[in-house]
Design a protein around this ligand. Structure first.
Ligand code: HOZ
Length: 420
């Protein structure tokens, strides 16, 4: 497998773009080597600039639930292009997408579209503070909610990959109102609420964490979160940017039967185009400008191309509920057996092979992974044509486009690569 063209592009990129990439984890810093520069994708496969072909388990970090270049999404985009690319004014399709989201996710009574998951979580936190009149927020170690100043504390994803506790450039005052607790620990949560009773505006959580690798909630944890926040008048925000429409049509909240007050979405709802959304209870959402006093705005919000792709995605998923059974079966087959020293975590079509005896249920246990061994495994898989997230602390994603043969080849590759 050669990568001369990717190496040449990476050298040039590093002269022009910080670290050579437009988002840190893509630079392969924690696994070493040169990232393949992707030339095109088709279904479950991607092809790099040197002509190498891979089975793709990144799927653009989650959005491509139907794989690359799904015909219904392409056709919706072609139709949208005939009409215009941006108006900065309301359109009928935005109303349709809002209706599709509210119908699929019953806790969302009203929704606002934005352009990224980061915008969605930033806005949801501001809204929670505006609604409650409180300033403090609680987040969990290893959860990542985009690069929002006040949420970049002990965050997962790129910060975990690069081994950073936080980011320079964030004023201390922005973090002083953020309390960071271990995920999956009810006692610590109870203790914090007993101390801060009526001062916590919101708890924000990835109900299945995808940004320290895949870490599902322990039985009863989300139920406890819901009960405690309700008792203290604190809003519960589910960050479902990754899990929304992925672990189930109605997201993790459908899977676990929990109604949060606010939900953030992104990834799948854009069908591969840049989009985000936040929504929830009508009485809370009605506080948003221009209906209420909490400000939030965006020139490209509700962009016609992103809305068209998102609507095509949600309509396809609604019409084909069997997709979730297929995703479940394929991902379960990938996770069916691991050798000693490897722990596998899975929720629906998200999974991670952790290089530790396990169990992995929070950031500390995820950090026990042997990242050098992960890096060797990662490269052994890449050489065998399997493209995994280039970090121990990111979830892998299966799409509906993955075939039985893709899964069989991946399992066979993994059996060899464990020895690397
Ligand atoms: N932090 C993103 C996933 N958790 C990765 C984004 C990207 O590199 O595209």
């Amino acid at each position: 497998m050669t990568n001369f063209r990717s190496e040449e592009l990476f050298r040039r990129a590093q002269e022009l773009i910080p670290g050579g990439v437009n988002s840190p984890v893509r630079a392969f810093r924690s696994v070493g080597g040169t990232p393949p520069f992707i030339a095109r994708g088709e279904g479950s496969h991607i092809f790099d600039a040197d002509g190498n072909e891979y089975i793709d388990y990144v799927g653009s970090w989650g959005p491509l639930l139907l794989g690359h270049r799904h015909p219904e999404i392409l056709s919706a985009l072609e139709k949208a292009l005939e009409i215009g690319t941006s108006f900065g004014a309301p359109t009928e399709q935005e109303v349709e997408l809002a209706a599709a989201i509210c119908e699929a996710v019953p806790s969302i009574e009203m929704v606002r579209l934005v352009n990224s998951g980061t915008e969605a979580t930033m806005s949801a936190v501001r809204l929670a503070r505006g609604f409650t009149g409180r300033e403090r927020i609680v987040k969990f170690e290893g959860c990542y909610h985009g690069h929002v100043d006040s949420l970049l504390v002990k965050a997962g994803s790129g910060l975990a990959t690069l081994g950073l506790a936080g980011s320079q450039g964030v004023p201390q005052a922005f973090c002083d109102t953020t309390m960071v607790l271990p995920f999956n620990d009810v006692d610590v949560l109870e203790g914090v609420f007993r101390t801060y009773t009526d001062r916590i505006a919101a708890v924000i959580v990835e109900p299945v964490v995808g940004n320290m690798g895949c870490v599902p909630p322990l039985p009863g944890y989300l139920e406890a979160l819901r009960a405690i926040t309700a008792r203290y008048g604190t809003l519960l925000i589910f960050d479902e940017v990754m899990t929304g429409f992925r672990v189930a049509f109605g997201g993790a909240q459908e899977l676990f039967g929990i109604h949060p007050d606010l939900t953030t979405l992104g990834k799948v709802i854009g069908g591969g185009l840049p989009v985000g959304a936040f929504g929830g209870r009508k009485d809370i959402m009605s506080k948003l400008a221009p209906a209420g006093p909490v400000y939030q705005a965006g020139t490209l919000s509700g962009n016609p191309l992103a809305v068209a792709a998102g609507l095509a995605m949600l309509r396809h998923l609604k019409a084909h509920p069997e997709i979730y059974r297929r995703l479940e079966a394929h991902t379960a087959a990938l996770c069916a057996s691991v050798p000693p020293g490897v722990t596998v975590n899975r929720a629906g079509s998200m999974f991670t092979w952790f290089f530790t005896e396990g169990p992995v249920y929070d950031y500390e246990s995820a950090q026990r992974s042997d990242t050098a061994r992960f890096a060797r495994f990662f490269h052994a898989m890449l050489e065998r044509g399997i493209y995994l997230p280039p970090s121990q602390f990111e979830a892998a994603f299966v799409s509906a486009a993955h075939s039985d043969e893709d899964i069989r080849r991946t399992v066979a590759a993994a059996c060899e690569a464990w020895q690397a």
